[in-house]
Write a protein that binds this ligand. Sequence first.
Ligand code: PHE
Length: 339
Amino acid sequence: MFNADDLKKEFLADIESAASEIQLSDVWKKYLSKTGSVQKLMTGIKEVAKEEKKAYGQFVNEVKTWVQEKYDEKKARIEAFELEQKYRREAIDVTVPVKRRPVGNLHPLTAVKHEIINVFAGMGFEVFEGPEIEDDDHNFTRLNVLKDHPSRDMQDTFWLTEDLLLRTHTSPGQIRVMDSKKPPIKVLVPGKVFRSDSDATHSPMFSQMEGLVVDRHITLCDLQGMLDEFVKNLFSDAAKTRLRPSYFPFTEPSVEVDVSCFKCGGAGCPLCKGTGWIEVLGGGVVNKKVLANCGIDPEQYSGLAFGIGIERIAMLKYGINHMGKLFENDVEFLKQFKA
Ligand code: PHE
């Protein structure tokens, strides 16, 4: 009779060392498949004497059942183990703090520009943008800044050719709007402007926001009313404006506009240099000659215009002492303006 001990021993060693489903399937192939050693025992029945066939068959069946049971047990254990491993691998720790992506924020100049636009949009203003490269006509002549007039020297111009220049202010936007639109007009013209000028409070490139209103019966009072609304919204409810006489060739009368110091409330402090007032913009009633230059009858219509320096407003609002900071793009500096 066939001694199955060796086979059993070998099988036990093999099944013991099988540690994964793949190794287990090798064991299955070696013992339980059609070409496996248990099956070979089965076919060995041919060589067994007739009277022993029955006992041999029973014996082989027992071996087979034993091997199969051991195999099934191990298989169940390995499957459970592998499932456990899988759960472990795929486990999600819901208590781990979320990694936050750093969120950017608007540049203070952009934020202030949006804020200014929002205030005036509330008063019915539209936004128009003109080119940064202008010609003499739009930047100067039609704004009543005539050739050889000393007022040309008010702004240090970057000339590109005899006729072309980098716009020195957003006021040429006034001409472009009045050329393309008939009154009533209520527009804002934001944009970059360029002057050969550089120190703590000046930069060769800066931004302005032009305002232009043209309609019947527009006066300096309308300008002050709108600007009062503007400073209240931008600085504080208690902010007031003060107009001082000034000169611009394209407005008549012209004014410099001061806002009551939002730091000391008007009592006098270093920010307002003890005066209680801070200069924020220039403006005035649109010069009749400018209206006429754009084909608008100055006897029927009048207008107001103002030009706000966006950097200046941002510096005042946020207490920035050097204009260069607004252009250096130092992330640590810019992060402070998170809304
Ligand atoms: N354009 C003028 C400047 O840049 C500002 C201004 C605009 C003044 C509109 C009056 C009216 O200095």
